[in-house]
Design a protein around this ligand. Structure first.
Ligand code: HEC
Ligand code: HEC
Length: 155
């Protein structure tokens, strides 16, 4: 009996992880220091290279904040994002985030990327947005508690 319950629990955990969209957590300390101070460190695989180039080339004017870095750190952080961007990675997640992306008119940010818009247009999102009183769609952690660990559950 106990064993059966344990097995059932183990299966349930496996199933929910299998359905979650997952990313390798960011462990690079330079990137965490440069990009994890004001918000979670966003996953490079959510945006194509063109978007990362644009964002990381204009850090003094970063969504109303000054996120400037010294030239060396900026180059390092840019390179990190380019190497792992949605249009060069072949992971399942990267492919999903590239679906419907027009590289001639790349998204300017994650919350306007086609996959984000598709996944956050249902009533489930609106209800959660109101219930949790979330202030910004970019506050992934407000609704996905394991976002920084790279796990976005679909339930
Ligand atoms: C000084 C604070 C600060 C730092 C440091 C910072 N950001 Fe941001 N970032 C912001 C703010 C504020 C926003 C807008 C958040 C919102 O709309 O809720 C933002 C938004 C973003 C977005 C858009 C998310 C979305 O809404 O789609 C990306 C991508 C991003 N930052 C990447 C980075 C990267 C890469 C770095 C490191 C080079 C970085 N940020 C460092 C303050 C910062
Ligand atoms: C107000 C709450 C809320 C915020 C903020 C939010 N999400 Fe979501 N997200 C949801 C809900 C609800 C779903 C489930 C929609 C569905 O399953 O169709 C979802 C689904 C997803 C999925 C799909 C998971 C899957 O396996 O299908 C991903 C990926 C995702 N969100 C990423 C993000 C990212 C990245 C951010 C921040 C830039 C973010 N979300 C911000 C509520 C939120």
């Amino acid at each position: 009996m106990k064993k059966a319950l344990f097995l059932a629990a183990a299966l349930a955990v496996t199933a929910s992880v299998a359905h979650a969209e997952s990313f390798t957590p960011i462990t690079d300390q330079k990137v965490i220091a440069a990009c994890g101070e004001c918000h979670m460190t966003f996953f490079p695989q959510m945006l194509p290279q063109a978007t990362w180039k644009k964002i990381i080339s204009d850090l003094p004017n970063h969504f109303g904040e000054d996120a400037s870095l010294d030239a060396e750190t900026q180059a390092y952080v840019l390179n990190y994002h380019l190497n792992d961007a949605a249009d060069v990675q072949s992971t399942r997640a990267a492919k999903k985030w590239m679906d419907k992306v027009d590289l001639n008119n790349p998204p300017t940010r994650i919350v306007t990327a086609p996959r984000f818009v598709r996944k956050h247009s249902e009533s489930e999102f609106t209800r959660m947005w109101e219930r949790k009183n979330v202030k910004s769609k970019a506050d992934c952690v407000a609704c996905h508690k394991n976002a920084q660990r790279g796990i976005f559950e679909d339930d």
